[in-house]
Design a protein around this ligand. Structure first.
Ligand code: PEP
Ligand code: MN
Length: 338
């Protein structure tokens, strides 16, 4: 239920409503707007008639049901866009944010060289996996803490904040010590215990769409994180699995504007995993900008031929730089800046 307070309602009236919501067994989520305060009461909808009675509480204008199955991440409760900051870089505002770097952190030289190159080209956040979700247990699994330390070193040198994946709840504490943003990968989008745990951290979360997940499922996964108290969530379209074989995944560009019509959270796109083939990445990046994405995640590797993972879809530094230059005009057309 959404309890809309009257314009200029007293703080004591707002507090009374919040207390009543709690007494009725719901979780109150107040949003203090400039104009008025709106309080979302989230919980088991079966007792909603009791909440409806709050319409007669002092200072309340109206009580309306939330129709979307996701409450906190939906734009029914909060129509204005959320801006999520990753180490000072804003996603969801006028700035178009670009996260770039290798799929995996491999060596000190590799991550430092890539970090310098993506920074020079205009990326604002460095990506790199230290814990890698690989299809085969025999493939490179990531450098774990050593990789996190290298990311921290690259951040210290370049000033770029760092996003990296966490796959296991028992690694969260470790990753939080090093990362500016925690990535939940496609394979873990519905790992509900993991979502709940990262929801208890105070780090922004990059939540990637599962390869077989609907947009509603993605939003419900974001809801898991938000319902634990962490509302700093960036959604990421990274391609879904279809019958098509000429691309690694099918990059669902339509998810960008459609998600944005349901949620206030920023939505970025990862055309690298979306298409999976280096030479098509720039075109898909442009498509993402044109469809209103709030940012991009791009894989870049100085020597893709010898990459430990995802070399085929990684841009060389000069290709990335060229793409960034080409994107400038597209970003401007969208009323944003790099
Ligand atoms: C990645 O970002 O390298 C990755 C593993 O992505 P996804 O979870 O989207 O496959
Ligand atoms: Mn990858």
């Amino acid at each position: 239920m959404i309890i809309t307070m009257q314009r200029g309602a007293a703080r004591s009236q707002i507090d009374h409503v919040i207390d009543r919501i709690r007494e009725l067994g719901y979780e109150p989520h107040p949003i203090f707007g400039v104009e008025r305060t709106v309080i979302a009461a989230v919980g088991d909808e079966r007792g909603k008639h009791q909440l409806e009675a709050l319409e007669s509480a002092p200072g309340v204008e109206r009580v309306t049901p939330i129709l979307q199955p996701f409450k906190l991440v939906g734009n029914e409760v909060k129509p204005e866009k959320t801006v999520v900051q990753v180490g000072g870089v804003k996603f969801g505002g006028d700035q178009f944010g670009v996260m770039a770097g290798p799929c995996s952190v491999e060596t000190r030289e590799q991550i430092l060289e890539t970090a310098r190159a993506v920074k020079r080209a205009g990326a604002q956040v460095l990506r790199g996996g230290a814990f890698k979700p690989r299809t085969s247990p025999y493939s490179f699994q990531g450098l774990a803490e050593e990789g996190l330390k290298l990311l921290a070193e690259a951040r210290a040198e370049t000033g770029l904040p760092v996003v990296t994946e966490v796959m296991n709840p028992r690694d969260i504490e470790l990753v939080v010590n090093y990362a500016d943003c925690l990535q939940i990968g496609a394979r873990n989008m519905q790992n509900f215990p993991l979502l709940k745990e990262v929801g208890q951290t105070r780090k922004p979360i990059l939540l990637k769409r599962g390869m077989m997940a609907t947009m509603e499922e993605l939003l419900m996964s974001a809801e898991y994180i938000a319902s634990e108290g962490n509302k700093e969530i960036i959604l990421c379209e990274r391609g879904i699995r279809t019958f098509e074989k000429y691309t690694r995944n099918t990059f669902d560009v339509s998810a960008i504007p459609v998600l944005q019509s349901y949620t206030h959270l920023p939505v970025i796109a990862d055309p690298s995993h979306g298409v999976g083939i280096r030479r098509f990445v720039p075109a898909m990046a442009k498509a993402a900008v044109a469809s209103g994405a709030d940012g991009l995640m791009i894989e870049v590797h100085p020597n893709p031929e010898n990459a430990y993972s995802d070399g085929a879809q990684s841009l060389l530094p000069d290709q990335f730089e060229k793409m960034m230059r080409e994107l400038e005009g597209y970003v401007k057309l969208e009323g944003k800046h790099l």
